[in-house]
Design a protein around this ligand. Structure first.
Ligand SMILES: Cc1ncc(COP(=O)(O)O)c(C=O)c1O
Length: 396
């Protein structure tokens, strides 16, 4: 049987393909150091694991769960949003726990996109926005983020999408649509400003757009987490995805959330409740515990990333890459030296010569072609070893 049309143009996720290649290299004894993927290698807080353990031992915790998640978890999310982002969320109506924020991207596309509807996605940006929107049948319009514009959207360019009939596949002025936004931005590590957030909300209101702000990195190497929902009136036009994957070292637990106005939550739930059931209750209760952790947790985690980042800077200097030292999130984004055609060439060379994998920026879109992205999710020792391997090759 042939695959469905909606999968046309959807390839295997770059990393699953690359991981197979790295696997083959490891089987051949190469011991590749993988500085590609942003999966935190450190464990969650011990109290979180203890809660999971204790709750899982109880007799009555193993049944199907409410589609909207446990009230304990929704309460914890509501308090967490107030404490860190100063955003008020109604516990019963404005929060939807998710099996990681990645699934939320798909649910949102399936909830709002009809065949041919426009979805605005950042270039460079998280590849899932494109694939989820494509599967849902969207017409994708990329908005380019450029280093010279601080990796912020160029609103003058964006306005042209609305003003120039030619830029639209179906002709005529574009009204409505969905736009993915993500700050701190992955892959560039760019932090948002309040002005940017205010501008985005005004833009969405002007053009009747629904913005989905994807916010999983706000606690990593950043002392001032911000939510797009903190802008006055944002709930009219913004929904926000968030996640414990990075902030609480719980990537494998699959714990995320969608927050926003009741109507939007209800709409997405109409789709999601037909796809899956509520998460395992002990996981939800342990996640609620994680959300109660204080600033000490984040500063401990960030101390580790700060040390690693220093080493990654050292590595990138050896490779003659240039970068902004003020980046947030789990990666360092760096531009490749001019003797390399692009980040793919540099990544292949480092993998071939030194058995170290760094991600070519082009997988995040054409605007990332001249860059590479290096993950902070390996120990200092591993990064040190990567540096030594690279040094040997660069010096021959
Ligand atoms: C920008 C961005 N959004 C979402 C996700 C997915 O996170 P989760 O683990 O919550 O599904 C990632 C993970 O790498 C990401 O980089």
């Amino acid at each position: 049987m042939k695959t469905a049309k909606r999968l046309e143009g959807i390839g295997e996720y770059y990393f699953s393909q690359k991981l197979r290649e790295i696997d083959e290299m490891n089987k051949a004894g190469k011991q590749v150091i993988n500085l590609g993927i942003g999966s935190p290698d450190l464990p969650p807080h011990p109290d979180v694991i203890k809660t999971l353990h204790e709750e899982a031992l109880k007799q009555n915790q193993h049944g199907y769960q409410n589609y909207k998640g446990s009230p304990v978890l929704r309460n914890a999310i509501s308090r967490w949003y107030k404490k860190w982002y100063n955003v008020d969320l109604n516990t019963d109506t404005e929060i939807l726990p998710l099996i990681g924020s990645k699934e939320g991207i798909m649910h949102i596309c399936m909830t709002y996109i009809n065949e041919g509807d426009v979805v605005l996605i950042p270039n460079p940006g998280y590849p899932t926005y494109r694939s989820a929107a494509t599967i849902a049948g969207a017409t994708i319009i990329e908005y380019k983020l450029k280093e010279e514009n601080n990796w912020f959207p160029d609103f003058v360019e964006l306005e042209k999408v609305f003003d120039t009939p030619k830029s639209l596949p179906f002709g005529g002025r574009f009204r409505g649509g969905l736009m993915f936004v993500n700050y701190p931005h992955m892959p560039t590590g760019k932090l948002p400003t309040k002005e940017l957030f205010v501008q985005l909300v005004a833009f969405a209101k002007k053009h009747n757009i629904l913005i989905c702000h994807d916010n999983p990195y706000s606690f990593i190497l950043n002392d001032s987490p911000m939510s797009l929902l903190s802008v006055d009136g944002a709930k009219d036009v913004v929904i926000e995805l968030n996640s414990l994957s990075k902030s609480h070292n719980m990537a494998g637990w699959r714990m995320g959330m969608l927050v926003g106005a009741k109507q939007k939550i209800d709409e997405v739930l109409r789709f999601k409740s037909n796809m899956d059931s509520g998460m395992f209750l002990p996981v939800q209760l342990a996640a609620a515990r994680a959300l109660e952790l204080g600033p000490e947790w984040h500063s401990e985690v960030n101390k580790v990333y700060t040390k690693r980042r220093k080493k990654i800077f050292e590595m990138l200097k050896i490779l003659d890459c240039s970068f902004d030292e003020n980046q947030a999130g789990l990666f360092v984004w760096a531009s490749v030296p001019s003797n390399f055609k692009d980040g793919y060439e540099l990544s292949d060379k480092v993998l071939g010569d030194s058995n170290v994998f760094i991600t070519p920026g082009g997988i995040f879109g054409s605007a990332g072609d001249k860059y590479v992205r290096v993950s902070l999710c390996s120990s200092e020792d591993k990064i040190e070893e990567a540096i030594n391997r690279i040094k040997i090759k660069v010096n021959v």
